[in-house]
Design a protein around this ligand. Sequence first.
Ligand code: SF4
Ligand code: SF4
Length: 447
Amino acid sequence: MISVQIKKGYGTKIAGGPSPEVEPLEKPAQVALLPEKIPFVKPRLKVKIGDKVKVGTPVFEDKRNPNLIFLSPGGGKIANIDLGPRRVIKKVVVALDQDEEYETFPIFTEAQLENIERKSLIKTIMTGGLWSLFRELPFRDVADPDAIPPCIIVSLDANEPFQPVPKAYLKGNIALFEFGIKILQKLSQNLIISTSSDNSYVIEQLNSHVTHVCQGVYPAEDPGVLLYHIKKTQAENQTWFINGQDLLLVAMLLGTGKYPVARTVVLGGTLAREKKHFFTRIGVPLGHLTKGRTVNVDNSRYIVGGIFRGYSDKKDSYMGFYETSLVLIPEGNEKEFFGFARPGFNKPSRSRVFLSFFNKSLLPMDCNCHGEERACINCGFCAETCPVDILPQFTYKCILSDEIEEALAHGMLDCVECGLCTYVCPSKIELCDVIKNTKKAYYLEQL
Ligand code: SF4
Ligand code: SF4
């Protein structure tokens, strides 16, 4: 087991974290797929409103590679297909039957897995709709099925505050996880199973499998951060990664021959009354997850996918295919009574301007930026926190002046899109978004 010390990052002190308790949720009436939220994929529908679907029936394919398909997370009827401007497919809603029917896929025992060819295994996972769970660094697009990766990283821990912890999703699933590792061994000779040094549960349960233990604060457990600190050659930049919970889904698909829809998700944030894990399914409605579990306020923000990397969504939306976290926090746009007389003792901030710097307790977070974008003051906070040693302020300036080669030389492609530089910037500059969007544009141009 190799110990990797990640020196940079930021230890957030945000209140509203979930307990490791897991509560099973009753079955929702509907589930949905949100093609719009799946990065890089160009969806082409394979169903229309009113079609009957089983769990595992193809719903859409990626125009870039029609073998990359996304399957129905429920059995029933296509109740709605929501199209946005320029006919962007926003969501495909399935109204669930009482007794759902399942498509069937080939089942593999461990012995059969030993003998299957790598190519056939990939084809089986693609037909089973789960290939998109394998993603490739540094752009985080779906992994190229025709490539042989230098390595695959299985990241067991939460890469974000308020994501499911391994103790919640691995409990009772250790054998399944080990089956998942056998699947990965067919895909790559080099496997990295990483966890955080704080995670004694994983270290106890999977001791013989864990290869790397990361020490550090957010986002130390991110596969891109780990790779940055251990890679020896340029070729390793195209490493694949998969999340621990997602690996369980792949193992379930091959072990049972059914498309797995189970998901452990987290509900957190100061406006969630019950902050814990819920055992539910892919594409669950946000309203189903939050029903009776929120503090009743008018101005709340629903953040799907994590505080730093997630996105705001409407209350009547659904969990995305990749997403396992819903955080509810106040918009924070009300005027503060005698705000000038409050030196920010309760406001989480990296800056010493607020007295919260001396407050060691967990602090409530809201969406108020406390000011608008200003010129960079060269404070260096962004560079001090960037876990992959980019100088975000200079990379940002290179991008603004269209010096992309220079931004690349600054290590733009190493950016793990953690959002920390934006969070700590006292000038409210959207560094992460600018770098992330430029990375994306560069990738699409290369394609
Ligand atoms: S540049 Fe910003 S978003 Fe990218 S890794 Fe560094 S801190 Fe994270
Ligand atoms: S944190 Fe913001 S203000 Fe400070 S150096 Fe970075 S970009 Fe400039």
